[in-house]
Write a protein that binds this ligand. Structure first.
Ligand code: HEM
Length: 419
């Protein structure tokens, strides 16, 4: 099929990983695209071409329409030179399934992530935050003679989400640092520090293989002696009466280990940075912790750690005045939707009194985030702990950002706990 000629073109800067690394989100570009070409064709010759969707209305319309826009051809945009055909079997991931498989797979986990189960974990999560703050305080005392600058990401933000997801899976939290490295290599595959600018796919495959080897041990153990954890749940699960095979279980473990930590870590660092950059908002929250729930919603809107998810059109279909052809990808820019001025009043102001706050940080539609209740509990707990224990926390140097157009990552954020 020939593509119609008159396609409005996306500004390439909307998806340039180097720009994400040096400047953070290209909100100025997205804002312009929302105004004059909300459905725009992106083809930089390097990556798979796609339609860039920047407005809330079209993003929710596509998210809702899982008949015409599917996930199984992949929800990320790959570099063409990395799209090598090989015979390695693709590990099944719920994230890239369509109905009816998607629903059957999601049902396995749904009960374990429902709000009441997550609420029962809250006390434990709060206690974990206390331990993290104790460790940070102890490290600070030990370093009191020298420089007391610490990396917020390593010392605080990365810990809680990893500890919680590893505990839920039923694997030792002692392996947290190892999991952190693997997960950084997968999500930061195009980053020079975590992955490889030239060979990102190799970085992902190596980390993925290592994670599979790691989880395989626990799957074998739980097959013999199941416990209460998620690995045991997966070992005992049935789809249409058939147990999951090892690859299917590995897919779940991999997805949960990555999704359960990268996003919440970056939401935590991004939220703390936003509070440091908005002293007025921070003061309001410190003086009245009862607004923590709406404050976290607004911080989630503000930060939006996942840049996009892609879908593929199953037929020629009109969206926002453009015709998307069957087989073409659409990229849903969630942070742009969360600044859409037709939905959010003064979208560039951080406003803890914002109501309603229907942000798309957790996506929209049948794939919307399974771990959203858990992430919200973790964020409330960790922010509350930091603001209470370290009220003087301030930035002690420039933040360094991940070279990625998929996750808005903060790699390092030097802070001083007291001025
Ligand atoms: C602030 C933290 C988080 C953010 C911003 C976030 C964001 C997202 C988004 C945008 C999606 C939608 C994918 C799509 O549209 O295709 C998603 C899906 C998912 N998330 Fe999260 N997530 C967070 C935390 C978590 C946590 C803590 C867990 C698990 C413990 C988790 C597990 C999942 C899973 C399993 C899916 C796939 C759901 C499906 O395909 O049906 N997430 N997340």
């Amino acid at each position: 099929m020939t593509a119609p000629l008159a396609r409005p073109l996306a500004d390439p800067a909307c998806f340039d990983p180097d720009r994400f690394a040096s400047h953070g989100y290209p909100h100025d570009i997205w804002t312009k695209m929302r105004a004059d070409r909300p459905v725009a064709w992106h083809d930089d010759g390097v990556r798979e071409p796609f339609w860039a969707i920047t407005r809330y209305a079209e993003i929710t319309a596509i998210g809702k329409d899982s008949d015409n826009f599917i996930s199984s051809p992949g929800v990320t945009i790959l570099r063409k030179d990395q799209m090598v055909a090989d015979n390695t079997p693709r590990v099944p991931l719920m994230l890239t399934m369509d109905p009816p498989e998607h629903h059957k797979n999601r049902m396995i986990l749904r009960e374990r992530f429902k709000p009441s189960v997550m609420r029962a974990l809250e006390e434990h999560i709060i206690a974990r935050c206390g331990e993290i703050a104790d460790d940070v305080a102890a490290a600070r005392v030990a370093a009191a003679q020298g420089d007391d600058v610490i990396d917020f990401v390593d010392a605080i933000a990365m810990r809680l989400p990893l500890d919680v997801i590893l505990e839920l899976l039923g694997v030792p939290t002692d392996d947290r640092d190892q999991m952190y490295l693997w997960s950084n290599a997968v999500i930061g595959s195009e980053d020079p520090e975590y992955g490889s600018v030239d060979l990102p796919r190799e970085a992902i495959v190596a980390a993925q293989q290592a994670m599979f080897g790691y989880f395989a041990r626990f799957i074998a153990e739980r097959r013999k002696a199941p416990r209460e954890d998620l690995v045991s749940l997966l070992v005992e699960a049935r789809i249409d009466g058939t147990p999951l095979n090892d690859m299917e279980i590995l897919g779940f473990c991999f997805l949960l280990a990555i999704a359960g930590n990268e996003t919440t870590r970056n939401a935590t660092s991004g939220a703390m940075l936003a509070l440091i950059e908005h002293p007025e908002a921070r003061r309001t929250l410190t003086q009245d912790p009862s607004i923590m729930t709406p404050a976290v919603e607004e911080l989630l809107r503000w930060v939006t750690p996942i840049v996009y998810m892609a879908r593929t059109a199953t037929r020629d279909i009109e969206i926002g005045g453009q015709t998307v052809l069957a087989g073409e990808k659409v990229v849903l820019f969630y942070p742009s939707a969360n600044r859409d001025e037709t939905v959010f009043e003064n979208p560039f102001s951080l406003d803890f009194a914002r109501r309603p706050n229907r942000h798309l940080t957790f996506g929209f539609g049948r794939h919307s985030c399974l771990g959203n209740d858990l992430a919200r509990i973790e964020l409330r707990a960790v922010l509350n702990e930091i603001l209470t224990r370290f009220p003087g926390i301030e930035l002690a140097g420039p933040v360094s950002r991940l070279r990625s157009n998929f996750v808005g990552g903060i790699k390092h954020m030097p802070i001083r706990l007291e001025p």
